[in-house]
Write a protein that binds this ligand. Structure first.
Ligand code: NAP
Ligand code: MG
Length: 479
């Protein structure tokens, strides 16, 4: 029996963070009151208290942002790549310098553990700006003999699970390639994008090159229906992705869609089991399971099933769930009340489908949105908890005997974003990476990200790649 360590609280200080009560829209290089006259609150999901009031961009505001981006495009796209790169490097450096502040705001607004925003989200966001800045004057080398040219204005819509990181994935390659952008963060996590707008203003980017409009789905819909953007870039659910795709077809726009997933994480009996257990934990419980590439379907070879299950449960018993601002916390708050309701609904569905549930004992805080890490055993391929994306800390475990069987089972999903393979044998890794229909496959690791490496899916997980030079290609046209 593993004891949960009785650690003293180690809260990250919030005293260095500067937040305003009210945030305006970032259009044409300045913060403007919304013409819509509407505002909404952004909430701290760990306490369900209001952090700040944020503007809701209406159609007129979106139109202003698009026109500002259109006006800024000719000069920005003609600017020497080296000069564009300097601005992007400046953004990257400032994110690094202010990384503590960004990490705290990310955790306050979105509920993720400070350790994750500090060690993953913010450094990776800076890395994407650094990486793309380096290519800004070398596009001719990245795409030899193809004369790369920017597209124009890009409309970019992002979700709430990695707010600053998703903004970086979108803005950095677009700018490096000479495009201008209008970006909308998700309704529940707008603050780090607005902080990024402050940095962009400080970096002296020409007005209109980056515009950040806040709001909910309606604001996003106004962006995608707008005639100005030549490119729509979306990360979010498959459901909304289908609307975006239609808008792109109607408006003859280029489009990339990074959508949902239901990844298989496959453990063979020759895998290093202790490492695999950590990989399973990281695969599904990182960021409360609000991860599009989460390893939410676990496949364990029958011969090691009992061992893996008991080690997994023992590891889960050590989890510290609670205050995202505490540096010891492993699992923070569920991002919103709505998402918690969705997850709880799936927990109910799982029980009704006859699955067995395991949750470690946790002292969940009294206020805020919380869900204990969960695993389901005794599940069937056809169960909804196996087929549908839950986007929470919920794992469904199945077993297999042969390679062919696990390939069939792993590919039995409408999604195709990612997968994990744990084995001692390189040949098995190669066989699976060929056979699995997934955009990203990790071997003996999971949830590893790098600015140089492309990320994206197949089937209902969308298309197009972000990261690496593949990610920049999506913001270029070629003669
Ligand atoms: P979502 O509901 O699809 O929202 C994504 C973004 O689209 C948000 O900014 C949202 O605004 C906006 N939006 C909503 N309705 C819209 C419409 N009709 N037209 C234009 N924009 C609209 O997804 P989510 O629940 O925020 O995020 C979770 C999903 O994202 C999961 O399915 C996950 O797998 C996926 N995801 C994928 C990746 C990837 O790289 N493949 C990465 C992260 C997340 P509001 O939120 O403000 O309403
Ligand atoms: Mg919030």
């Amino acid at each position: 029996m593993t004891e949960k360590w009785n650690l003293s609280a180690a809260p990250e200080s919030t005293s260095h963070v500067e937040l305003q009560d009210t945030y305006h829209l970032f259009i044409n290089g300045e913060f403007r009151k919304p013409k819509s006259g509407k505002y909404f609150d952004t909430i701290n999901p760990a306490t369900n208290t209001v952090i700040a009031t944020v503007s809701e961009a209406g159609k007129q505001d979106v139109d202003d942002a698009m026109k500002a981006a259109e006006k800024a495009f000719p000069a920005w796209s003609k600017l020497d790549g080296k000069e564009r790169g300097k601005y992007i490097f400046r953004i990257a450096r400032t994110i690094q310098e202010r990384s503590r502040e960004f990490a705290v705001i990310e955790s306050l607004d979105g509920g993720k553990p400070i350790r994750e925003s500090r060690d993953v989200d913010i450094p990776l966001a800076a890395a994407h700006f650094f990486y793309c800045a380096g290519w800004a004057d070398k596009l001719e080398y990245a795409f030899p003999n193809r004369s790369p040219k920017p597209l124009g204005v890009a409309a970019q819509i992002i979700p709430w699970n990695f707010p600053l990181l998703m903004a970086a994935w979108k803005i950095a390659p677009a700018l490096a390639c000479g495009n201008t952008v209008v970006l909308k963060p998700a309704e529940t996590t707008p603050l780090t994008a607005l902080k990024l707008a402050e940095i962009i203003q400080e970096a002296g980017l020409p007005p209109g090159v980056v515009n950040i409009v806040t709001g909910a789905g309606e604001t996003g819909a106004a962006m995608t229906a707008h005639p100005i953007p030549k490119k729509l870039a979306f990360t979010g659910s498959t459901e909304v992705g289908k609307f975006i795709y239609k808008a792109a077809l109607d408006g003859n726009k280029k489009v990339t869609l990074e959508l949902g997933g239901k990844a298989a994480n496959i453990i063979f009996d020759d895998a290093p089991i202790e490492a695999a257990v950590e990989g399973i934990i990281n695969g599904i419980y990182f960021n409360q399971g609000h991860v599009c590439c989460a390893g939410s379907r676990l496949f364990v070879q029958e011969t090691v099933y009992e061992e893996v299950l008991s080690k997994l449960k023992r590891r889960m018993d050590t989890f510290i769930v609670g205050d995202p601002m505490d540096k010891n916390t492993d699992i923070g708050a569920i991002n919103s009340k709505a998402q918690l309701k969705t997850i709880e609904e799936y927990l109910k569905i799982g029980r009704e489908e006859g699955a067995e549930i395991y949750q470690p004992k946790c002292n969940l805080p009294k206020t805020g949105n919380w869900c204990a890490p969960t695993l389901f055993t005794n599940v069937a391929q056809s169960n909804r908890i196996v087929q549908e994306e839950i986007f929470g800390p919920v794992l469904a475990i199945q077993t297999f005997r042969t390679i062919d069987e696990v390939i069939d089972k792993a590919n039995n999903t409408p999604y195709g974003l990612s997968a994990g393979v744990w084995t001692d044998k390189g040949s098995k890794i190669f066989q699976l990476t060929q056979a699995l229909k997934a955009g990203v496959i990790w071997a003996n690791t999971y949830n590893k990200f790098d600015a140089t490496s492309p990320f994206g899916g197949y089937k209902e997980s969308g298309f197009g790649r972000e990261g690496g030079i593949h990610g920049m290609e999506a913001y270029l046209k070629f003669d």
